[in-house]
Ligand binder design. Structure first.
Ligand code: BJW
Length: 242
């Protein structure tokens, strides 16, 4: 019999956890991909064709995120509480989101596998910099002082997500894998649940508004808004284990 109060936890989050903070998801009926063509704004080829349009797409989203109305919600803070209070092992939070709401909510052991809205990268020297303002074609790299190479520090289709070795190692050692607010459409993140099952024999839990593409892989599911299901699940986990 496995001890249900101990073991490492890996949590994967997606756009659904930030929806109730006022940030759009991608594939819901009012999501970003219904308004813009994903090939144009989220691929290196789209950026090469029309960099100004892509920079503008991210500038608008960065400005929105800077607005004072966008704050972490009860789901973000519940996951931060889990990290602080879980005594059974390590809690690693892997987010596909580029917003900063997990860190604002108090999470510390966090990987932004698809990058960060408030960072920019120079394609000429590879320097990564904190970036709050709009990016322009003329923006100068603070490291190499060149213009023309700055881009959002995000992962587009066809690019390698960040920190895959660290994520893979954690998946191979976890007892519990929790997926929150992701549709399960985008790989490699969509394959993490299978890795956790087949490599670590982990217990798997889906917390989402509705069943995701990979819902049948999860041993346990709770459906509803993240601000309701995540705090409830974290309370139960801390009180009784998984
Ligand atoms: C709520 C809620 C509420 C709503 N409460 N829930 C063929 C087969 C397999 C793979 C491929 C393939 N062809 C190409 C690929 C690879 C490709 C891929 O997966 N394509 C698929 C579309 C098929 N992947 C890649 O290219 C990735 N790189 C890669 O694979 O490198 C090679 C590699 C090989 C081996 C190992 C490792 C690597 C890169 C993917 C980059 C994704 N980039 C984006 C945009 C950049 C960031 C940004 O601009 O913000 O990342 S796309 C977009 O989708 C964004 C997201 O992070 C990502 C995932 O979306 P997410 O978070 O799941 O959001 P939604 O909108 O889809 O879902 C929201 C969910 O929330 C829904 O379920 C709602 O129900 C729910 N929800 N309200 C709770 N209130």
């Amino acid at each position: 019999m496995r001890d249900r109060n101990s073991g490492n936890i890996v949590i994967l989050t997606g756009a659904g956890i930030s929806k109730e903070s006022g940030i759009e998801t991608f594939r819901d009926k009012d999501g970003l991909w219904t308004k813009v063509n994903v090939e144009d704004v989220a691929t290196p080829e789209g950026f090469a064709r029309n960099p100004r349009m892509v920079l503008d797409f991210y500038n608008q989203r960065r400005r929105n995120l800077r607005s004072h109305n966008i704050r972490p919600n009860a789901a973000h803070t519940a996951l931060a509480r889990l990290e602080r209070e879980w005594r059974g092992g390590e809690v690693l939070l892997v987010t596909q989101n580029i917003d900063n709401l997990h860190e604002a909510g108090g999470s510390r052991n966090l990987i932004h596998m698809h990058g960060e809205m408030f960072k920019a990268r120079c394609e000429l020297c590879a320097g990564v910099h904190l970036w709050q303002e709009d990016l322009a074609l003329e923006s100068e790299c603070p490291s190499c002082q060149s213009s023309g190479g700055m881009r959002p520090h995000v992962v587009w289709f066809g690019e390698m997500p960040f920190e895959m070795d660290r994520i893979s190692d954690a998946l191979g050692r976890c007892r519990l894998f929790i997926s929150v607010g992701t549709s399960g459409n985008v790989y490699p993140a969509a394959g993490f649940v299978e890795e956790a099952i087949f490599r670590a024999r982990a217990h798997t839990v889906e917390l989402n508004l509705e069943p995701s593409e990979g819902a049948t892989y999860f041993a346990e599911q709770h459906y509803g808004p993240a601000t309701e299901v995540v705090p409830r699940y974290v309370d139960k986990l801390l009180a009784q284990g998984w």
